[in-house]
Structures are given as C-alpha cells and as structure tokens.
Design a protein around this ligand. Structure first.
Ligand SMILES: [Ca+2]
Ligand SMILES: [Ca+2]
Length: 258
C-alpha cells in the first residue's frame, strides 16, 4: 500500500520534478547516508553542544528503515535520510534541532523531520520523532549508556525528486520540562519499583500535568513520595528510594508545588 500510494503521487509529479530539477542526482551519497555508517556523536555530554552540517542532496532513503510515525510518512516516505549514533555518558535532556537548515525544494518548501531510535540498525525502535513546523526541535531525555540512533529526513519528498539540501544538526543540553522529568521518573520506577502502584501514581501525575491541574499533580507526587518513603529499605532499595524522592522533589519545585 505504501509503495502504491507513493508511486501514484510520484507519477503525477515526476514530470514537474524532472523538468525543474534536471532529473535525479547520482553523485556519491553522504558518509552517514545509512544507519550502519552513522556519524558518531561524542559520548561525553560535557562536550555538548554538538553541531554538524551535511549536504543531503545526494542522500537516499532506505526502504528497509522504519518510517517515522509523526506525520504522513506512509504517504511520502522519509525523504533523503542521514544518521547519527549517540551513547551519552550521562543522563541528559537535549534539544535536537534542524534550525538553520535550507533545503532546495521543487514541490513543497523545505521541511525537515527527525527522530530517535533505540535497538540496532537491523531492529530499530522509534522512541521519539518530530515534524511540527519546517525545521523542527525535539526535546529528548537521554539515558546514560543507552545507544540512540538519530535519523534526519524530509517531509513531502517523492522518489527520485531532487530533494535534500544543507542540513544543520544541533544538539544542545536544555533544562528539562516537568513533563519530560515525569516521563523519565515513570520509566525508572517501572524498571526497579515494586509492583505498579508507584508507576500508577506517576501516570496519574502525568495526566493532571497535561490538563494542566497543578494542585492535583502536586497531590499525586506527594502520594508518590509518601509511598516511596514507606517502602524505603524494604521493597525499595535505599538508593533507589532516595533518588526517586529527589526526582519527585525536583519536579514539584519546577511546577511550583507549595
Ligand atoms: Ca539514507
Ligand atoms: Ca518539519
């Protein structure tokens, strides 16, 4: 279905693309065209920000790669893609940005999209993606020691259309939003917490924060902390309990709980 849709759209626009672009380019693709040859981002998070420039006009889309789940990849594919690999040395929240990118486009204006995967190049699992505007920003909470694969593509690029351009990739450490902190705490609790009651309280806090209902979010986090303290040194390891309590306190401070 995916290829059928794309081929139909492609046939409609092929003539326009080739006339305007002079046909597809066959020059050598960039070194990080494939996941297997991803550009390695330095692990040391104290070395951030990371910045890279790549000409994606000769990059290709590998149809074996998973499509972004954000928007319309089923119809358009992911365009010419390039890859980065990153294993951060510490927990860090980053803004992964394509700001400053300039793509020469025939049918649609420049429009990057990008996302983050875990797993391996042969078995990738998407954990985040973004395509909200033209160039995009993705706030992402990365975990120390986890290997991430970052894919940068393009919206609305048809097969063999002259797409791509000057991609600017910037990764900058940012102060995490409370929602990101809650998500990270929920994942940590699920990993080591006893049963589901602690995770349920974080999930409830996430629901209230999304409303947003600050008072109810604070109450859910207070209930979480009370339970953490009650289980400290019992069902919950001392070190984990101290960390969870501190993380919850940080979130409460960030959203202004009394
Ligand atoms: Ca590619
Ligand atoms: Ca975009």
């Amino acid at each position: 279905m995916r290829n059928t849709k794309r081929n139909c759209l492609y046939s409609i626009l092929l003539t326009m693309s080739c006339v305007l672009a002079g046909g597809p380019a066959y020059a050598q693709a960039p070194a990080n065209d494939e996941c297997d040859t991803a550009t390695v981002i330095p692990s040391d998070t104290s070395a951030l920000p990371f910045m890279d420039f790549v000409d994606t006009t000769t990059a290709t889309e590998n149809l074996a790669d998973p499509l972004f789940t954000c928007t319309f990849s089923e119809q358009f594919g992911d365009g010419p893609t390039v890859w980065y690999q990153w294993t951060p040395s510490a927990d860090v929240t980053v803004d992964i940005s394509t700001d400053g990118s300039t793509y020469q486009r025939i049918v649609f204006p420049l429009d990057t999209r990008h996302g983050v995967y875990t797993g391996s190049c042969a078995a990738l699992t998407e954990v985040a993606c973004v395509d909200l505007g033209l160039n995009d920003n993705l706030e992402f909470g990365a975990t120390a020691g986890e290997t991430y694969y970052l894919k940068f593509g393009e919206f609305g690029c048809f097969p063999n259309e002259a797409c791509g351009g000057n991609l600017v990739v910037t990764i900058t450490e940012v102060t995490p939003e409370p929602a990101v902190l809650l998500q990270r705490l929920g994942a940590a609790v699920t990993e080591v917490g006893p049963g589901s009651s602690l995770a349920d309280k974080i999930a409830l806090a996430q629901v209230y924060l999304a409303v947003p209902d600050v008072q109810s979010t604070c109450e859910a986090l207070n209930a979480f902390r009370n339970q953490v303290r009650a289980q400290q040194g019992k069902k919950l390891a001392e070190q984990d309990a101290v960390q969870f309590d501190a993380d919850a306190q940080q979130i409460m401070d960030a959203i202004g709980c009394n």
